[in-house]
Design a protein around this ligand. Sequence first.
Ligand code: TRP
Ligand code: SF4
Length: 325
Amino acid sequence: MKKRILSGMRPTGPLHLGHLFGALNNWVKLQEEYDCFFMVADWHALMSEYEAPDQIAKNGREMIKDWIACGIEPEKSVVFLQSAVPEHLELAMVFSVLTPLAWLERCPTYKEQLKELKGRDITTYGFLGYPVLQAADITIYKANNVPVGVDQLPHLELAREIVRRFNSLYKKQVFLEPEPLLTKVPKLLGLDNRKMSKSFGNFIALSEPADTIRKKISQMITDPKRIKLEDKGHPDICNVFSYYGVLTDKAKIDEVRANCEKAKKGCTQCKKELAEIVIEYLRPIREKRERLGDADIDNILKEGNKKAREIASKTIDQVKEIIFK
Ligand code: TRP
Ligand code: SF4
């Protein structure tokens, strides 16, 4: 029997290169080895977008198009919408009554998000409970592993604590403690050298038009000490170089390094070439994406939601049986 994994993304905006190199490429590979569940976390999106939730559904459909275009295969993996499986909320309710407030208040991602999402009021009951719902997402499928980036580790640790508390309170090993599957990826910073994030608008979307890609990359910051072409560059402190690092092979990376360190090529040219590499890299994704219509997404979700719900409802029956026996 294959081990099961579950992961999810929030449909709060278009997917970008950070999602691709940080998560999606890894998900695609994991499909061979694991029984995979990939979830559109629309309830989680609502926690920050509740004042204007009108884009969540559309973003969700676009996100699934990106997933499929990048290689997620709905024949192999269960692709589903969180809100189509109401059992997640039932389990989150159960978990919420046994999760001490202090666990949530001390969660580092909570504090970070409060700072990052400044324009919005997320000092809400729901947002504090973000990791509780996430714990339910994972455990309702009894997933063994969760592929996540390091930023999500505190949520996973909370999920494990909640599982331990549930199992010990009710003296039944209903749930497994999910283990993280850490993706070994070099962190791709945003175009302005800050963390790549929707809230900063410093990303290249997977569906970005070629001309916008050229423009965005031409504005990237390079080695600040390299003012003239004759100045020798320091690729290791240059964000443009780190993009070459994830997008190209060793020969190309060595060539870019040499041209930079020996001042053989200027930054403008270096960025121009990078833009074309990004455009070529995204071309097959864009082409596959354009062949997908809304009806395809509806079909994928119909299947996926049904499969997810079958499993989720079994788990919730088991939980209610224990609590309300
Ligand atoms: N919190 C995750 C993120 O922001 C999204 C998410 C929701 C998730 N539920 C999940 C990820 C369950 C993994 C497992 O990226
Ligand atoms: Fe960066 Fe390329 Fe300029 Fe070197 S030549 S500093 S790698 S943009």
